[in-house]
Ligand binder design. Sequence first.
Ligand code: GLY
Length: 368
Amino acid sequence: MSKLDICKVSLGINSYKIFIGKDIHRSITNYISNYKTYSSTIVISDKNIYEKNSLLFKKYLKKEIEFELIILPQGEKIKSFKYLEFIIEKILKLEIDRDTLLICIGGGVLGDLVGLASSLVLRGLDFIQIPSTLLAQVDSSVGGKTGINSKYGKNLVGSFKQPKSVIISTDILKTLKKRDIKSGYAEILKYSFINDKKFFNWLVSNGKKVISLNTESCIYAIKKSCTIKSKIVSKDEKEKGMRELLNFGHTFGHVIESVTGYKDKIKHGEAIFIGMYLAIKFSILLKICKKDVLEKYSCHLKNLKINHKLSSYNIKISPERFLQHMKFDKKVKNSKIKLILIKDIGVPVRLFVEDEKLLSNFLKNELK
Ligand code: GLY
């Protein structure tokens, strides 16, 4: 068996482990506790993952478990009421019972949908996450947020439903495009900024290796990211306080995604790179952060050939529209926008924007 790293999400009876290794998706029952007690197993994936990982579906899984397979189309469109109904009906048709296990093999979009379905079917089935993108491995597969989009916005319908375990293989990332790997790297960089300066310094020296999927560096970065997220989620599962820190760069970033319609024009991580850049710059404007933090951030991304300016993506958003969208964010309270800002690398701060004019002028300057 290849080397195995483990981190734990501590949530009382809902605690679970995240297993990280090079190719551990080839022997998943080692990482599902009491697998034999489940009455049946349903594996859910999407067309793209299924086609790109035929060995996994046709050899490794078959060798180990008996399962029914549900394949969904790829893309954000499946995070909808239509596909939630579709997947639930498909599951129910398989004559399941409360001891049926769902295994989700896919990226964040699929994980969010399957997680939500697993919390609803028969009032809750156990589920396992096998994330297939770097973004899902370091973020969405961990922490139990599930959801679909509504016409009123992204992720507005969902639940907290923790998986029974998360099985992360770095080999599964090999079929990804470089652009998607870089997009996942945004969340890794985020963890360093909100929690760990030493980790940032490590990324400065090793970021290129992570992006080129060097196994050892990748496993280190994934484990570090999952450990930071697990610590935060263990203290604040339902996002009543410190879990908000995980949204560093996201309040600005979500505006960009929302305006562009969550299309391929900009990936989630790319929007977060821009969002973190704006959050650092705004922190400097508020005089809570030193200028060299921005220099370090920009220099690191330049080294990795990652753009962090909106203009590089050919996207134009008026400052008025940008601010308007920021006001739709879930963290707005009493019509005040709450931002996750930064005092220094590793030292985040949650702040309500008291002077909206200041933010509006900042956006005018940044978006011209
Ligand atoms: N992706 C942010 C969170 O899980 O809270």
